[in-house]
Design a protein around this ligand. Structure first.
Ligand code: 2U9
Length: 330
C-alpha cells in the first residue's frame, strides 16, 4: 500500500524535476534549489510530517525521501552544468570577432608635397652631418639685412622688399637670419641647415608667391674652400635629382663673395636651382668670428621650385590651393 506521504514525495519529485528542467537561468535554478531542497524547502516540510507515521512505515518513507532528494539534486546538478555551458557559449558567440566585417573608415591624411620635399632635403643634409636649425618668421632689420652685409641703402633690398610691421620689424625674406642667430650663440665648426617659410613683396604668378619656403645651409670652419662648397652641392643635388650634369655660374649676393648660381641639366635644358657662395667676411665679423681664421660657405634654394621641377608642376599656386584632387597625387 502506498501512503499519502509517499504519493506526495513522488509528486514533489515529478514537479521539481519538471521545474528544474525548465529553469533557464542560473539564478532561477538557485531559487528552485532553495524551494525544494532548502532548510525550509518543500522536502523538509513534507518530512516534518514523518512523525505522524506509524513506526514501521518510517524507514520505507525515509528511503523514498532519500531517492527524491538525490533525484532532485542530480537534476539540479545536470541543469547547472547545462546552463553554465550555455552561458559560456552565449558569451563566446557574443564576443566573436568577425574578421570579414568592414572596418571603420578614417580618411587618411598624407604629407604635403612641400613638407615631403623639405623632409627629403633635410635627410640628405643630416646624412652629411648637418644640424637642423630654426628661428622666428618675424625678424628685426638687423638679423634679416644688416648682419647679412645688406645696409639700408643697399640695392639688393629692392629685390627683397617685404612686409613691414608697424614697430619696424619685418617678415623674414630668407632663413639666413636663422644662421646669424645660430652663429651668435655657437662657435665654429658649424654645419647647419635652416628650412622655413619666408616672405617677399612679389606679384603672385605661376612662378612667384608672396610666401614660400626656403632651405639654406651654412658651414663655417678653418680652411673651408669653394671646393668644399662645390662637393657638398654636387652630393646634395645628385641625391635629390639623380646623376645629372650641374654647372656653377658666377653671380652676386650681398652675403657671399664669391657667389654663384647652380644650374642643373634637366630634360636637356639648364635650370637654375640654387644660389651659393663663400660667406662674406663682413658677415663673419658681424657675429664676432675672425675672418682671418674662419671661412665658410652657404647655399640656398626654394622648396617650391624644387617641387615644381621634380613633380613637373606648372603653377606654384597649386601647392597652396588645398585642392584634394591635386594633393592626393603625392
Ligand atoms: C649666412 C651667410 C650666407 C645663403 C645663400 C643663396 C645664396 C640663394 C636663393 C635661392 C632661391 C633664395 O629661395 S631663393 O629665392 N638663395 O641664392 N642663399 S647664398 O647665404 C648665406 C646664408 C646665411 C649667415
Amino acid at each position: 500500500m502506498t501512503s499519502n506521504l509517499e504519493t506526495q514525495l513522488l509528486a514533489l519529485r515529478e514537479e521539481g524535476e519538471k521545474a528544474i528542467a525548465a529553469a533557464d537561468t542560473l539564478e532561477s535554478l538557485e531559487e528552485l534549489r532553495v524551494k525544494y531542497l532548502g532548510k525550509k524547502g518543500s522536502l523538509s516540510v513534507l518530512l516534518g510530517g514523518m512523525g505522524k507515521l506509524p513506526a514501521e512505515e518510517r524507514p520505507k518513507i525515509g528511503a523514498v525521501a532519500n531517492t527524491v532528494k538525490e533525484a532532485l539534486q542530480t537534476s539540479l546538478d545536470r541543469q547547472r552544468t547545462a546552463l553554465e555551458a550555455a552561458k559560456i557559449q552565449a558569451q563566446l558567440e557574443a564576443e566573436t570577432l568577425d574578421v570579414t566585417m568592414p572596418g571603420i573608415y578614417y580618411p587618411q591624411g598624407r604629407v604635403h608635397p612641400i613638407n615631403g620635399m623639405i623632409d627629403r632635403a633635410l635627410d640628405i643634409f643630416v646624412g652629411m652631418g648637418y644640424t637642423v636649425a630654426s628661428g622666428p618668421e618675424m625678424e628685426t632689420d638687423y638679423y634679416n639685412f644688416e648682419a647679412l652685409n645688406t645696409p639700408p641703402d643697399h640695392p639688393a633690398r629692392d629685390m627683397q622688399d617685404t612686409f613691414y610691421l608697424p614697430d619696424g620689424n619685418l617678415l623674414r625674406t630668407h632663413t639666413s637670419s636663422v644662421q646669424i642667430r645660430y652663429m651668435e650663440n655657437e662657435e665654429p665648426p658649424i654645419r647647419i641647415v635652416a628650412p622655413g617659410r619666408v616672405y617677399r613683396r612679389d606679384n603672385v604668378d605661376a612662378t612667384h608667391a608672396a610666401v614660400f619656403h626656403q632651405i639654406e645651409l651654412l658651414a663655417i670652419d678653418e680652411g673651408l674652400t669653394f671646393t668644399d662648397l662645390k662637393g657638398t652641392i654636387k652630393v646634395f643635388l645628385q641625391a635629390m635629382f639623380g646623376e645629372l650634369p650641374i654647372r656653377f655660374r658666377a653671380s652676386y649676393f650681398p652675403f657671399t663673395e664669391p657667389s654663384a648660381e647652380v644650374d642643373l641639366q634637366w630634360n636637356g635644358r639648364w635650370l637654375e636651382v640654387m644660389g651659393c657662395g663663400m660667406v662674406d667676411p663682413n658677415v663673419l665679423k658681424a657675429v664676432g668670428y675672425d675672418p682671418e681664421i674662419y671661412t665658410g660657405f652657404a647655399a640656398g634654394f626654394g622648396v617650391e621650385r624644387f617641387a615644381m621641377v621634380l613633380h613637373q608642376l606648372d603653377d606654384i599656386r597649386r601647392v597652396y590651393a588645398s585642392d584634394l584632387r591635386f594633393l592626393r597625387q603625392f
